[in-house]
Design a protein around this ligand. Structure first.
Ligand SMILES: NC(=O)C1=CN([C@@H]2O[C@H](COP(=O)(O)OP(=O)(O)OC[C@H]3O[C@@H](n4cnc5c(N)ncnc54)[C@H](O)[C@@H]3O)[C@@H](O)[C@H]2O)C=CC1
Ligand SMILES: CC(C)CC(=O)C(=O)O
Ligand SMILES: [Mg+2]
Length: 354
């Protein structure tokens, strides 16, 4: 098949992990006789430097016209001035909103050979297989008003956590659909003991659950959820939650896997187009050294093959190649190894045909 893929490497290690993933997608295409064409566009800090804005209309239009988008990461110290009027992260938020990608699927799966890479005891990690469905275009990252001002000599700032019932319903509905082909448990995470928006979330989640009697629902407060992710992660199947809660809980859950650099994601809306990106950021502490782990991005590309291109077999072959490379001892520095980003990509490609 022919597919038009937009690459948005972004900033920092985003550039390094996307380059390695493109080479890996090319290897998949060659193996199965597909033709993937790529166009590369700016987002984040590099877009601010070139154009003054973190997401140009040109980049957004290219993404709208593509079959799928592969993104690295945005941000870095160069653009971190708290008084700056434009920030790299705004580009990513605008892209997600502009493409209507309201659900971010973040699977947390463990490779048995990496159990020792996690600081947690092995017995806490047995049977962990979690899918976090993070709401992506609402909640605290998008609510209005958003204010920063000075009033009577005092500095004041406001962020707003706002949801409509429709925004909650569509993402929770998706979580239930996904749970139906898994272990049939949805954990809806909120802060309903304090937040009005969470009480609406819990009410709507309960209404959605009533339409899916074959699937169990449990409600969990976000603070105790953070604790259970460490003490009893295997008890979770699908977690569905607010934008910022999901952002934070998934970085925590990455510790179960052994490294933030291993974890992929798919940002999806109602159609087949999606944005696929690792859950990590631009990692300024290791950027430019060629040592970032590309596996989170390569596994995001596998999600791209499955969700946007409907290439289930190719996705499975790529995921198997990653598993075999890791089983064969391939390790970047975050996993205690010595492989470079390119070395890890090459180790995966070496297992593709096998
Ligand atoms: N989706 C995105 O584009 C995201 C962007 N960011 C941005 O990234 C910048 C840095 O944020 P941080 O809080 O430092 O989070 P980060 O995720 O960039 O890094 C956290 C830690 O994990 C390590 N790490 C991350 N990815 C890795 C990989 N692939 N291989 C090996 N080690 C890896 C880093 O070296 C660092 O020690 C900020 O500007 C932030 O806004 C943060 C999260 C998501
Ligand atoms: C806007 C992003 C920087 C938020 C984030 O950390 C993420 O999506 O993982
Ligand atoms: Mg994050």
């Amino acid at each position: 098949m022919k597919a038009n893929i937009v690459l948005l490497p972004g900033d920092g290690i985003g550039v390094e992990v996307v380059a390695e993933t493109r080479a890996t997608l090319d290897a998949v295409a060659a193996q199965f006789g597909h033709s993937f064409s790529y166009s590369e566009h700016l987002i984040g800090g590099c877009a601010i430097d070139a154009t003054g804005t973190a997401l140009t209309q040109e980049t957004l239009d290219a993404c709208r016209a593509a079959d799928a988008v592969l993104l690295g990461a945005v941000g870095g110290p160069k653009w971190d001035n708290p008084s700056a009027s434009v920030r790299p992260e705004q580009g990513l938020l605008a892209l997600r909103q502009g493409l209507g990608l309201y659900a971010n699927l973040r699977p947390i799966r463990l490779f048995p050979e990496l159990i020792q890479a996690s600081p947690l005891k092995a017995e806490r990690l047995a049977d962990v297989d979690i899918l976090v469905v993070r709401e992506l275009t609402g909640g605290l990252y998008f609510g209005k008003p958003r204010i920063r001002e000075e009033v009577n000599g005092r500095r004041r700032a406001v962020d707003t956590l706002e949801y409509t019932d429709e925004e909650i319903q569509r993402v929770v509905e998706l979580a239930f659909r996904l749970a139906s082909s898994r272990r049939r448990l949805v954990t809806s995470v909120d802060k309903a003991n304090v937040l009005e928006s969470s009480r609406l979330w819990r009410t709507v989640a309960t209404e959605v659950a009533a339409r899916h009697p074959e699937i169990r629902i449990e409600h969990q407060l976000v603070d105790s959820c953070a604790m259970r992710l460490i003490t009893s992660a295997a008890a979770f199947d699908v977690i569905v939650t607010e934008n910022m809660f999901g952002d934070i809980l998934t970085d925590e859950a990455a510790v179960l896997a052994g490294s933030l650099g291993l974890c992929p994601s798919a940002s999806l809306g109602d159609g087949t187009r999606g944005v696929y990106e690792p859950i990590h950021g631009s990692a300024p502490d290791i950027a430019g050294k060629g040592i970032a782990n590309p596996i989170g991005t390569i596994l995001s590309a596998a999600m791209l093959l499955r969700h946007s291109l409907r290439l289930d077999k190719e996705a499975a072959v790529l995921e198997r190649a990653v598993a075999q490379a890791i089983a064969g001892g391939a390790r970047t520095a975050d996993l205690g190894g010595k492989l470079s980003t390119q070395g890890m990509g090459a180790a995966v490609r070496a297992k593709l045909a096998g």
